[in-house]
Design a protein around this ligand. Structure first.
Ligand SMILES: Nc1ncnc2c1ncn2[C@@H]1O[C@H](COP(=O)(O)OP(=O)(O)O)[C@@H](O)[C@H]1O
Ligand SMILES: [Mg+2]
Length: 271
């Protein structure tokens, strides 16, 4: 059964585009026909994350305006034919996206793909609202474990609920197990409880994810904990019952606790 996933966040910069591209790569590598719709009009990130920036001819707004057919706008990485990208327009504005035409595009993509992942603009304003009339099977919120992000995520959930979309599941990104262990960071479970959302996945803070981006390769090609966490989430999206790692909450054996590096205390500068 094919699934359209709306992937949103309250705040920007939480890792949404990175996570969407990694999950899509992981799903495509499992042999599932997967399409990313970059709906962050005006900001366009997915082409760069997938190394496809020189291949764009048409974009989402062109398809909506019927300047080209949907198939003409889809681009595919040469080494991953199961993955396709419908790029965002770089010089258009969110209000140029016709909700009816967008709804039709999602329905058309669903008919030819196993998974359609929509990378939404951050926030709850016009950019997101214009996308909400399409039909989605699942919605997901990406959140980092801090109060500001949780508060903004709450508002995004409220916006989705107002449109009677499926209740989102949650991915918590940039978790630091040693801070959680020291009681200085919320665990993914605490964030999920606060937002009253079911937890779909946990991704640790992993500098390899950033380094992969700078090095122009997918974090899914790196041997790192971030890659394993994202592969686990893709498995869950594909219907497998993979357990969550519960970063920072599992109790460590005594010898690990004894030799764990101490976290430096944060000292305020007196001014
Ligand atoms: N788990 C992570 N660990 C380390 N860096 C991350 C992680 N997730 C995202 N990043 C980095 O955070 C930055 C913002 O990510 P991005 O996906 O563009 O966010 P958004 O789409 O929410 O604005 C990027 O530089 C990305 O490499
Ligand atoms: Mg983004």
């Amino acid at each position: 059964m094919s699934k359209a996933w709306l992937i949103a966040s309250g705040k920007g910069g939480v890792g949404k585009s990175t996570i969407v591209s990694c999950l899509a790569v992981a799903l495509a590598r499992r042999g599932l026909n997967t399409c990313i719709v970059d709906a962050d009009i005006g900001l366009r990130d997915q082409d760069a994350l997938l190394g496809l920036e020189n291949r764009i001819v048409y974009d989402l707004v062109d398809v909506c305006n019927k300047d080209c057919r949907l198939q003409q706008a889809l681009i595919r990485p040469v080494d991953l034919p199961k993955l396709s990208l419908l790029p965002a327009a770089q010089f258009a504005r969110a209000k140029e996206l016709d909700p009816k035409a967008f709804r039709k595009i999602i329905a058309e993509l669903k008919a030819t793909h196993d998974h359609v992942l929509i990378d939404c603009p951050a926030g709850i304003e016009r950019g997101l609202r214009g996308l909400l009339s399409a039909e989605y099977d699942e919605t997901m919120i990406i959140c980092t474990p801090d109060d500001v992000c949780i508060r903004d995520a709450e508002r995004a959930v409220f916006t989705l609920e107002g449109k009677r979309l499926p209740r989102p599941s949650l991915i918590v990104n940039r978790l630091m197990p040693e801070l959680i262990q020291a009681g200085e960071m919320y665990s993914a479970q605490v964030v999920a409880q606060t937002l009253d959302l079911s937890l779909m996945g946990e991704v640790p803070e992993d500098r390899t994810i950033y380094r992969a981006q700078i090095g122009h390769f997918s974090p899914m090609d790196a041997d790192c904990e971030g890659q394993r966490a994202l592969a686990r989430i893709a498995g869950r999206m594909a219907g497998q019952a993979w357990a969550l790692p519960a970063y920072g909450t599992a109790s460590k054996p005594w010898y690990r606790r004894l030799f764990a590096p101490r976290i430096k205390e944060v000292k305020r500068i007196d001014r």
